[in-house]
Ligand binder design. Structure first.
Ligand code: NAG
Length: 363
């Protein structure tokens, strides 16, 4: 702008000079004109000095926008880095090729059922490639178990079969009188035999809903060829029962009661390969087996002691415990219910059932 104006002044001055010579104007007039125009130019130039140039203003707005966008870019880049760091480590690519662990859990309605299944489901959530087969002892699937399984985040199959009346424990019977969960475990086996005819790699484990399971026990059993075995803690009125291993083979059993049973082991102490289950379609639990012989009734057709695969460092580690949950007292609940002040039945703490019909004495 200034440049154009000064050029204009210069041209004008030159023009005046030429005019003056041509038209022979008075020198004084020319001087006055020249002086006026120069003064105007000077004043204009001075005015411009105090002002910010328009273009600078534009540049600064642009600079501000660029710096804002750059900040935004850095923020987003940081965010991406954070998200990448937070991402769970890549699952082993071999995950889907791991043998599946089919866990068969018999369960029945009682006050602690929802608590037990909740706890168990949380253990299983930590185990890759696990398929939970939950078999309810009931004439139909209950809403409590249905809902719990649906929300569990686990791969599962929900089955049910009621225990035959003559085999059900009666009020007052001690829990060891008749073996429990027989029909339910057999129902789980039936489902496996019907639905898993392909040559899928897998292992079958019977996991009651009240036991405590180390995550490692699942990796110990995963590659079972026939039947794998390990110690079980807090069972048979002992610190633990266990197969005794010599030279890598099971030679006898450490148990305090009838050690000459074919397989004096707790249900939680062995796993069977899926292949063995499928190639022996007759193998199942015998509900009429004498006390303590239920595990043997299933295993004796499948394997010999010599063939047992000892796990858990040659059966020197206890990775599963036969824990029992105390039966909750309901004395105050019942007293309040008698006054019509019982806990809101719409709040699901346990299965809908006022008093437990079944005794839950410890074995
Ligand atoms: C188990 O015992 C056998 C024979 O003593 C030995 O070769 C093997 O390494 C042991 N396994 C483990 C996991 O300790």
């Amino acid at each position: 702008m200034d440049g154009v104006f000064l050029l204009f002044v210069a041209i004008f001055t030159a023009y005046l000079g030429t005019m003056a010579t041509r038209m022979k104007l008075k020198l004084k007039t020319v001087f006055v004109l020249y002086f006026t125009v120069s003064l105007m130019g000077l004043v204009y130039a001075l005015m411009q000095l105090g002002q910010r140039c328009d273009c600078t203003e534009h540049d600064m707005a642009k600079d501000r926008a660029i710096s804002r966008l750059r900040d935004e870019l850095h923020r987003l880049q940081a965010q991406i880095r954070q998200l990448e760091e937070a991402k769970p480590p890549q699952k082993q690519p071999s995950k889907s090729s791991l043998p599946t662990i089919f866990v068969i859990t018999p369960t029945y309605a009682r006050l602690v059922q929802k608590a037990e299944l909740t706890r168990l489901s949380h253990t299983f959530l930590h185990v890759p490639q696990l398929h939970w087969i939950v078999v309810e002892d009931s004439p139909q699937k209950t809403p409590l178990v249905t809902d719990l399984l649906m929300k569990s985040g686990l791969t599962y199959t929900h089955l049910h079969v009621p225990t035959a009346k003559e085999r059900k424990l009666q009020e007052g019977d001690p829990s060891w009188l008749k073996p429990r969960g027989v029909e339910q475990r057999n129902e789980g086996l039936r489902w496996l035999r019907e639905d898993r005819r392909d040559g899928q790699q897998g292992v079958v484990y019977f996991a009651d809903d009240d036991n405590t399971y180390s995550l490692q026990i699942f990796e110990e059993m995963r590659n079972t060829q026939r039947v794998s075995v390990w110690p079980v803690g807090l069972v048979g009125a002992m610190k633990f029962e266990s197969p005794v291993v010599e030279g890598g083979k099971v030679v006898r059993f450490h148990t305090g009661w009838r050690p000459n049973r074919p397989f004096p082991m707790d249900m939680a102490g062995f796993a069977v390969s899926l292949k063995l289950v499928l190639t022996n379609p007759e193998a199942c639990f015998d509900g009429e087996a004498p006390m303590g012989f239920l595990e043997s009734s299933f295993l004796k057709g499948l394997v010999t002691m010599d063939e047992l695969e000892p796990k858990a460092d040659n059966c020197t580690k206890v990775l599963v415990w036969h824990t029992r949950t105390e039966k909750p007292k309901m004395k105050r609940e019942e007293a309040l219910q008698a006054q019509g002040l019982g806990s809101d039945p719409a709040v699901e703490a346990s299965p809908e059932r006022k008093v437990q019909q079944r005794r839950d004495d410890n074995r």
